[in-house]
Ligand binder design. Structure first.
Ligand SMILES: Nc1ncnc2c1ncn2[C@@H]1O[C@H](COP(=O)(O)OP(=O)(O)O)[C@@H](O)[C@H]1O
Ligand SMILES: [Mg+2]
Length: 510
């Protein structure tokens, strides 16, 4: 007899249905798993046997064959334990065979028969819901699964015995409630930063339009401080974005306690991060930092300290909004629409360009340091600002600084203008100026006559690349949105170009 249990395999953030077929037949005693399992799936055999034994079910002295269909789809991870165990329990008569038909099952087993949390429960639940099925998952992942739908049946169990009792009707498990992680009460505020008006303005523009930003300045001028306060001027995730972002976190196993949060992700990987950690992949396909920062911020502090190969691997996700990972026999794609915020010192000793400072390593110090960042990567950074050391007067008797709440209000207003505009053009409402296609930006950023002249002169003199030209238009569009202006004016273009030039100087020094 063959018993069947439904589960899923993950392909990117998509859950693909997989059929677990279990057959108990006379033959050599033992369990064999077929259907392209990876090492973690193959090890399932030992866990399932031990867990069943601990739950008081002895394995039949027969040959057990487990097939994971479709056989050509690679299966990774440890979540196949539970469907295999339940398939065996059906075959052994411990669970009535028809009860599992309407459920998708995933979970890892420990040797004592308890069910331990696995990654990917949210996408699995969403998929089960579209197939009009219920979900059986680990108890700890229940709150996460409950987000998929308010009325799909969910059995979030602690142990194999609990599942058996649930389906026999002796001890029914209550449906879990969706859980939300409360927003941190006191985010660091922009008001704490003294001076740095230009950098604060750039931070606001970058929050409003989703633009990439590079801050260059000597140590201790407040670059890291500024970047960390970006979180306080970003609006919360819209419901659709929330699910998308949480699906990625779920696949990566980063949804602690199954709780979702509407805060935009803020990822700040260390500069020793490997390419697999940054763009995804590795032994097991999993999303990297660029995907975990989807719809939020990727903050790279001390940018030139990152390995040049890692930095260059950012180019593709920065341009395409997704990261593509080539595996042995297939390709995996994760969404990666993030905003890059980078900070760096102007040279290794940190003081290049400071008035009266002569670098002991000579003039080459700054050039060598900055050349670690390739031109194509720099080209994708729309806003570049110098963050000079705070002046004594700013430090000691600072002018009152604006609080994050006031800046956030302007950012929200600018974003809602963008949402209206892009929705009218049939694009998703969460589109930002920075994500707008090059062909589209020319239509949405209609430049007035003095602006066109300025753009013409600047392009002529500074030899912009086509990408630079479009990126300037995008920033100018955001500046106009912050001004609540319909058309892009000369002042907006002039300011957008000024942020570009700061970087051209940087490139020239390199
Ligand atoms: N503009 C500023 N206003 C207030 N404090 C500042 C400012 N810049 C730096 N500091 C102080 O210096 C410390 C170091 O700043 P940090 O942001 O780490 O500098 P950087 O990243 O530019 O090297 C901060 O924790 C803060 O106490
Ligand atoms: Mg710093």
């Amino acid at each position: 007899m063959v018993s069947r249990v439904k589960t899923v395999a993950f392909h990117g953030i998509e859950a693909v249905p997989v059929d677990v077929q279990v057959m108990v037949a006379p033959g050599k005693v033992g369990i064999q798993i077929v259907g392209l399992p990876d090492k973690a799936v193959a090890e399932s055999r030992e866990r399932v046997q031990a867990a069943l034994h601990a739950s008081g079910l002895s394995m039949p002295p027969k040959k057990v064959t487990v097939n994971l269909a479709p056989a050509d789809l690679p299966k990774e991870g440890s979540h196949y334990d539970l469907p295999i165990a339940l398939g065996l329990m059906v075959a052994l008569g411990a669970v009535p065979s028809d009860t599992l038909a309407g459920y998708c099952v995933l979970g890892e087993l420990s040797l004592d028969g308890m069910i331990t949390p696995v990654a990917g429960v949210l996408p699995a639940a969403m998929r089960a819901n579209t197939l009009e099925m219920g979900l059986i998952c680990p108890a700890k992942c229940g709150p996460e699964a409950a987000w998929a739908s308010a009325d799909m049946p969910i059995v979030a169990a602690r142990s194999l015995i609990q599942i058996a009792n649930h389906f026999r009707g002796t001890q029914v498990i209550a449906r879990p409630e969706p859980a939300i992680r409360s927003a941190p009460a006191n985010l660091a505020d922009l008001a704490e930063i003294k001076g740095q008006i230009v950098a604060k303005r750039a931070l606001e523009i970058s929050a409003a339009g989703g633009h990439n930003l590079l801050m260059v300045g000597p140590p201790g001028s407040g670059k890291s401080m500024l970047a960390q306060r970006l979180a306080s001027i970003l609006p919360p995730l819209a419901p659709r974005e929330l699910l998308e972002v949480s699906m990625i976190a779920s696949i990566a196993g980063e949804l602690s306690g199954g709780k979702l949060s509407d805060r935009r992700p803020f990822r700040s990987p260390h500069h020793s991060a490997s390419m697999a950690a940054m763009v995804g992949g590795g032994l097991r396909a999993r999303p990297g930092e660029v995907s975990l920062a989807h719809r939020g911020v990727l903050f790279l502090d001390e940018l030139p300290e990152f390995s040049p190969i890692v930095l260059d691997s950012l180019r593709q996700p920065l341009e395409g909004g997704e990261s593509v990972i080539a595996r042995a026999n297939h390709r995996v794609t994760y969404p990666a629409k993030f905003q890059l915020i980078a900070a760096m010192n102007p040279c290794r000793c940190g003081m290049a360009g400071e008035p009266g400072y002569r670098c002991p390593r000579g003039a080459r110090c700054a050039g060598e340091y900055q050349s670690r960042i390739s031109g194509p990567l720099l080209d994708r950074i729309d806003l570049r600002v110098e963050v000079p050391a705070v002046t004594a007067s700013d430090l000691i008797r600072p002018a009152p600084a604006e609080a994050s709440a006031a800046v956030l209000a302007r950012v929200v207003a600018a974003r809602s203008r963008q949402a209206d505009r892009f929705a009218a053009l049939g694009l998703p409402a969460e589109t930002l100026n920075a994500h707008c296609a090059a062909s589209m930006i020319e239509t949405v950023a209609s430049v007035d006559r003095p602006g066109t002249q300025l753009l013409h002169d600047a392009a002529e003199q500074m030899k912009f690349s086509a990408r630079a030209y479009h990126r300037i238009l995008k920033v100018a569009r955001t500046l106009a949105d912050l001004d609540q202006a319909d058309s892009v004016q000369r002042v907006h273009l002039a300011e957008a170009i000024s942020y570009r030039i700061a970087g051209e100087r940087l490139a020239a020094a390199a």
